[in-house]
Design a protein around this ligand. Structure first.
Ligand code: ZN
Length: 109
C-alpha cells in the first residue's frame, strides 16, 4: 500500500499528539523516524525528527484533520486586552473590563 507523509519537522510530542488525534478520527497512522532521535546533532533537524505517514487514500482526510486541529489551537490562544489582562481564547470579551475581543490587539501572535 502506498503511504504519504502528512507531518514532518515537528517534535516527538507533536508527532504523537497528532497521531492520537488522527487515530481517534479513524485514520491509521505510522510514526517513522523515531529511531533516528539519537542522531540529533549529526543530522539536520528535519531529517532526525519523527514524521507521520498514512495510507494514500487517507492522506487528504488526514491533512484536513491536522488543519482543523491547528485551527482549534489558534482559536484557543489567549489574547491580550488593551486593559492589560490576558484573556483565554474561548472568551469573546474581556472578563476584566468587558471590551470585545475585536477591539483588542492579539499580541500573542
Ligand atoms: Zn480588558
Amino acid at each position: 500500500m502506498t503511504h504519504r507523509c502528512v507531518l514532518r519537522g515537528g517534535g516527538p510530542a507533536e508527532a504523537h499528539l497528532t497521531a492520537d488525534w488522527l487515530r481517534r478520527n479513524g485514520v491509521e497512522v505510522q510514526i517513522r523516524g523515531e529511531a533516528l532521535q539519537g542522531l540529533f546533532g549529526l543530522l539536520p533537524y528535519r531529517d532526525a525528527a519523527p514524521s507521520l505517514w498514512v495510507a494514500e487514500v487517507d492522506a487528504e482526510r488526514a491533512r484536513a484533520l491536522i488543519e482543523a486541529a491547528a485551527q482549534q489551537v489558534a482559536e484557543a490562544r489567549p489574547w491580550a486586552c488593551r486593559c492589560g489582562e490576558q484573556v483565554d481564547g474561548h472568551f469573546g470579551s474581556c472578563w476584566s473590563c468587558g471590551r470585545d475581543r475585536g477591539f483588542s490587539q492579539d499580541q500573542a501572535g
